[in-house]
Design a protein around this ligand. Structure first.
Ligand code: SF4
Length: 348
């Protein structure tokens, strides 16, 4: 991929919340985001998806901190290789504050808790707009009302003067999107933005994000546990489990031929057209261990139907390149490890 197409490169990102070895929230994550494209980040709760998003914006609260890795942002016109390493920026620096909201914005699952209940939607919009753009109050208000109109809120002038508690959940979500996009960021990080919404409102909000992405030429990191949503939104997908990327591929390949047992288990847990209604949906057995209690060997081995005793519970697999841009972290695709395991098993 040409460097000019890249907007963000995350390399070996490690965000830890405790110095204890087995206490990683994010543990060596790599991915790239292309300009104008959507990267889906998929996994169950507790897999490090949100902490990855917070790390990019340097919003991880202490004791959490980035201990290693690079977050190379290519959206600014600066010297050298043209990238700014956000992992090296101070979270409180003026540079980071201007990137946050101006260049990269984030929207969350719970709009009501992200909006300030004591200020009107309009004053929160004006604050965001004037922080990043030199507009007078009147111009900022006009732009704020225009953003409320663009996100499809009825009577944007009236909504501008309302408090969050006067809006429905779907309207709050739209207002939060309007605030996030008011400065026309180059990258939007959407963290489960439709989880709290009913199905109809979810479809409307997803459509809205896609339309605005096209209109603004924005890149998107879409964090979700929902396979249906990721299928609709993403170009590329990384699947995360316990702080690591376990599979990375384009959306078509993931749904047609998932390689990692965790991805396969996630796919078996969603309804599929053509399956008999009498067939029970499968669940991923067990639950995600706490980040302070990560199993030795392959972190997925206690839940994996394909685990190989003597190998998967002893050694940790690395992320292996397959054909195309695919990568998978599993011994089933590692011929050298499988050979070594046979010799080892034969001797025990
Ligand atoms: Fe399952 Fe072993 Fe692959 Fe881990 S390495 S996903 S336990 S088969």
């Amino acid at each position: 991929m040409a460097k000019s197409e890249l907007l963000l490169e995350v390399r070996n990102l490690k965000t830890h919340f405790s110095p204890r070895k087995a206490s990683y929230a994010v543990d060596g994550v790599d991915f790239t985001v292309e300009r104008g494209k959507t990267l889906g980040v998929l996994g169950e709760s507790g897999c490090g998806k949100s902490v990855t998003g917070f790390s990019i914006l340097r919003l991880v609260q202490p004791p959490g901190r980035i201990v290693e890795g690079e977050i190379l942002y290519h959206g600014l016109h600066i010297g050298g290789n043209g990238a700014l390493d956000l992992a090296r920026c101070s979270p409180t620096s003026s540079q980071m504050q201007s990137i946050r909201g101006g260049e990269i914005a984030m929207i969350f699952q719970e709009a009501r808790t992200s909006l300030d209940p004591v200020y009107t939607v309009g004053s929160q919009l004006i604050e965001a707009i004037q922080y990043h753009q030199s507009l007078h109050q009147k111009q900022a208000k006009a732009w704020g009302v225009e953003m409320l109109r663009r996100v499809g809120l009825p009577d944007p002038e009236a909504t501008f003067n309302k408090y969050p508690h006067q809006l429905s959940g779907g309207m709050c979500q739209r207002a939060m999107i309007a605030i996030a996009l008011s400065c026309q960021p180059k990258l939007l990080i959407a963290d489960e933005p439709t989880t709290a919404l009913d199905v109809t409102t979810e479809a409307q909000v997803l459509r809205l994000i896609k339309d605005l992405q096209e209109e603004l030429g924005m890149s998107l990191i879409f964090i979700t546990h929902n396979l249906g949503v990721v299928a609709e939104m993403a170009d590329e997908i990384v699947v995360m489990y316990l702080g690591k990327v376990v599979e990375q591929t384009d959306v078509k390949a993931l749904f047609e031929d998932a390689k990692h047992p965790y991805t396969q288990a996630l796919l078996r847990s969603v309804p599929q057209i053509g399956k008999k209604s009498s067939e029970r949906l499968q669940t991923v057995s067990g639950s995600v261990p706490h980040s302070q209690n990560i199993p030795a060997g392959c972190p997925f081995h206690p839940r994996c139907p394909s685990r190989m005793p003597g190998l998967c519970d002893r050694k940790e697999p690395t992320l292996l390149p397959l054909s195309g841009n695919r990568q998978v972290r599993c011994f089933l695709h590692d011929e050298a490890a499988l050979k070594g395991a046979n010799v080892h098993d034969a001797n025990t």
